[in-house]
Design a protein around this ligand. Structure first.
Ligand SMILES: N[C@@H](CCC(=O)N[C@@H](CS)C(=O)NCC(=O)O)C(=O)O
Ligand code: FES
Length: 110
């Protein structure tokens, strides 16, 4: 499977998905750390891909997403944004709503 197919599958099969540097417990960059903090505070399960251990994804996702940097939060198959956007949405309360709706939609479809 080529990398773009892998990326598509990851995005389609995980309603809340964070592409980040490092892991939620050991982020390897401040931008990823801040983003994962906000996401964890929403209290829902989420998937993640460490782009440092997946260099092909690190190379190809920015082209596919038309978004140059990491982290990238994807919810419901759509790119939400990076650290700045996620932080703003967390502070306004929008992130919690978005993430909870995505998690609820997932539970219904199971
Ligand atoms: N303003 C960005 C900051 C993220 C950023 O600048 N990421 C850089 C450094 S970690 C990046 O991903 N560069 C491309 C790369 O490392 O592959 C955001 O809101 O997410
Ligand atoms: S790894 Fe250097 S700024 Fe993210």
């Amino acid at each position: 499977m080529d990398t773009i197919d892998t990326i598509k599958e990851q995005i389609e099969s995980n309603p809340i998905l964070l592409y980040m540097k490092g892991s939620p417990n050991q982020p390897q960059c401040g931008f990823s750390a801040r983003t994962v903090q906000a996401l964890m505070q929403c209290g829902e399960r989420f998937a993640y891909v460490d782009v440092l251990s997946n260099p092909d994804v690190r190379t190809d996702l920015p082209k596919y997403a038309n978004w140059p940097t990491f982290p990238q939060l994807w919810v419901g198959g759509e790119l939400v944004g990076g650290c700045d956007i996620v932080t703003e949405m967390f502070e306004s309360g929008e992130l919690q709503t978005l993430v909870k709706e995505a998690a609820a939609a997932q539970t219904e479809s199971e």
